[in-house]
Ligand binder design. Structure first.
Ligand code: DHB
Length: 310
């Protein structure tokens, strides 16, 4: 049984997509909804529709992927409309709406629109998009993060969490957790892609993707140890009311098991889902169940957060 929950929201499977992957159109979102995933999240939305960066803007790598999509999306209204219709048709399957404004004002305006809507799922405020030229990500600016969350939670009352970039220094975990603990967050999702990376085609000596001179976010197996450390570090520092979503480097059931050991209540899949499609959830579900059976566990709660250290 892969049942899990975040706050009052119940999910029958721990797996879901990572925002950005196969969640751009209503057709893609429907495919996720019909897969074995326990829930889904929409592509990070801006207020207005965006076309994103020039192609090629995603490339497969030996151990993962590089992308600099540039926040192509259909605009908040489109995803909010999808979510409102979805929740009417599937009252027992809560979903996530991802929001990524390029300014404080845009984030607050979108939060107001969601607050004033009938949306009754979870909102993921994305503080970690690395791919918009000239726009530093909020998650690496601690004062800015404090300011955004203060303004947001001055009026926003719906269940929400944040998507964070990877941190690498233990002092960063201390500082960020101290900020996050001041707010009524239901979850923290770690990690977004490793930004910025660069990969080169050895035949042509050319960067693999076009935007930003080839710089982009790195996902896939490259991210796994960093994702594990981020989930673990936050699970040790956050108020227990703030749950963890683990994202980064899942290519098999054991990877998901590890993120759950580190403290994750849900596991998101990015690069693998991009490469394999929604059938990836069927394989991951089978593999995670097999690991659990070998260990003698019948529920996620039997081993969540139970990492042993020497
Ligand atoms: C994009 C990439 C991200 O990692 C993110 O969090 C949001 C948007 C993008 O390039 O579209």
């Amino acid at each position: 049984d892969l049942h899990t929950s975040i706050d009052k929201f119940q999910f029958d499977n721990v797996f879901m997509n990572a925002s950005g992957v196969r969640c751009y159109t209503k057709g893609e979102l429907d495919e996720l909804a019909q897969s074995d995933a326990g829930t889904l999240v929409t592509k990070s939305a801006t207020q207005a529709k965006r076309l994103g960066n020039p192609s090629p803007r995603y490339a497969r790598l030996e151990l993962g992927s590089i992308n600099s999509m540039g926040l192509p999306n259909e605009g908040l209204e489109y995803y909010l409309d999808y979510a409102l219709n979805f929740q009417k048709a599937n009252p027992d399957k809560p979903i996530f709406l991802s929001v990524a404004g390029l300014s404080m004002e845009e984030n607050l305006a979108m939060a107001h629109a969601i607050e004033d809507s009938d949306f009754n799922g979870l909102v993921e405020f994305n503080l970690s998009c690395p791919n918009v030229p000239g726009k530093p990500q909020t998650g690496y600016d601690f004062d800015r993060t404090q300011e955004v969350l203060t303004n947001l939670f001055s009026f926003f009352t719906k269940p929400a969490g944040v998507k964070l970039p990877p941190y690498f220094d233990l002092a960063q975990f201390d500082q960020m957790a101290a900020i996050l603990n001041q707010f009524p967050l239901k979850f923290v999702n770690s990690i977004n892609s490793l930004g910025n990376g660069l990969m080169i085609d050895p035949e042509t000596d050319t960067a693999l993707i076009k935007p930003k001179g080839g710089f982009g976010g790195i996902g896939g197996a490259y991210a796994k140890p960093i994702a594990l450390a981020n989930v673990r570090a936050f699970s040790q520092r956050l108020d227990p009311k703030i749950q963890l979503i683990g994202t980064g480097g899942v290519t098999n059931g054991r990877d998901a098991y590890d993120l759950i050991l580190a403290g994750a209540s849900l596991v998101q899949v990015g690069t693998l889902l991009q490469e394999e499609g929604p059938a990836a959830f069927t394989r991951l579900t089978r593999e995670l169940r097999a690991v659990m059976q070998t260990k003698g566990y019948s529920a996620i709660s039997d081993f969540k957060g139970q990492l042993k250290v020497l």
